[in-house]
Design a protein around this ligand. Structure first.
Ligand SMILES: Nc1ncnc2c1ncn2[C@@H]1O[C@H](COP(=O)(O)OP(=O)(O)OP(=O)(O)O)[C@@H](O)[C@H]1O
Length: 235
């Protein structure tokens, strides 16, 4: 049994059929990347995992128990947290206040000290308001808000978007620290090279279908697939 099993889910927006029999599995402490061109259905997959969208059919199992159709708060209570593309940070609150608010309703919240040990940069910035943070720091805070709730599975939607290469490197380090803290990560990312650099396994989505499952090494070596699936030119 895998930690998370997605079994032939179909998700629709009204009449628009977006995900077609999508199946995935995620093992404990793995980093799994979902890659694909714009509109492939990556965000829709994360929203379905989080319960924001209910699949019309198919099953999602967490530790073997079905969770599809549950409300997002209930799924969050089972240890799944979504870090959305738009970064979940309150601009008017300080870093510390942002973290405290996130911890409020958690069953087993981490202490601030423990979070700051994982994110030293946030300790330095703890008195700064969310809106004064750089994009990379906001992303860190957004991830830290998931971790302080003791999330076991963290769903990252395009965490590197709009960030400079050096900042992306810092965030790759942050993701590695999540793995060191025994977390499981599902990441959607357009920055294929960065995503492949720390993923254990990769799924490729195209027009709502899973068209690839494999390792980063296999995918990197497959220039045709990289181009067709991701629009990435290699070599
Ligand atoms: N609220 C919505 N209502 C109707 N259709 C939607 C809605 N949100 C997304 N879609 C459509 O669903 C499809 C998949 O979108 P999704 O956001 O999951 O793609 P993605 O792979 O995450 O791409 P991107 O990188 O552009 O976010 C697209 O065709 C998109 O237009």
């Amino acid at each position: 049994m895998s930690l998370l099993e997605v079994d032939r889910i179909n998700t629709l927006y009204g009449d628009s059929h977006i995900l077609f029999d999508v199946s995935l599995r995620v093992e404990e402490n793995e980093v799994v990347a979902l890659l694909g061109r714009n509109g492939a259905g990556k965000t829709t997959t994360l929203l379905t995992l989080m319960g924001v969208l209910a699949p019309a059919s198919g099953e999602i199992r967490l530790r073997g128990k079905p969770i599809q159709g549950m409300a997002p708060a209930r799924i969050a209570g089972l240890g799944v947290q979504l870090v959305p593309e738009e970064r979940a940070v309150f601009g008017g609150l300080t870093v510390e206040e942002n973290l405290r608010v996130a911890a409020l309703t958690a069953k087993d919240a981490w202490s601030l000290d423990k979070i700051y040990d994982v994110f030293p940069r946030l300790r330095e910035r703890r008195k700064s308001s969310g809106r004064t943070l750089s994009g990379g720091e906001q992303q860190m805070l957004s991830i830290a808000r998931a971790l302080i709730r003791d999330a076991r599975i963290i769903l990252l939607d395009e965490p590197f978007e709009g960030l400079a290469p050096l900042i992306v490197r810092d965030l790759v380090d942050v993701t590695r620290r999540l793995v060191a803290e025994k977390r499981t990560v599902v990441i959607v990312e357009q920055n294929v090279a960065a995503a492949l650099s720390f993923s254990d396994r990769v799924y490729g989505l195209n027009n709502g279908h899973v068209v690839y499952e494999g390792t980063p090494a296999d995918l990197s070596g497959n220039t045709t697939l990289m181009h067709e699936l991701l629009g990435v030119h290699v070599g």
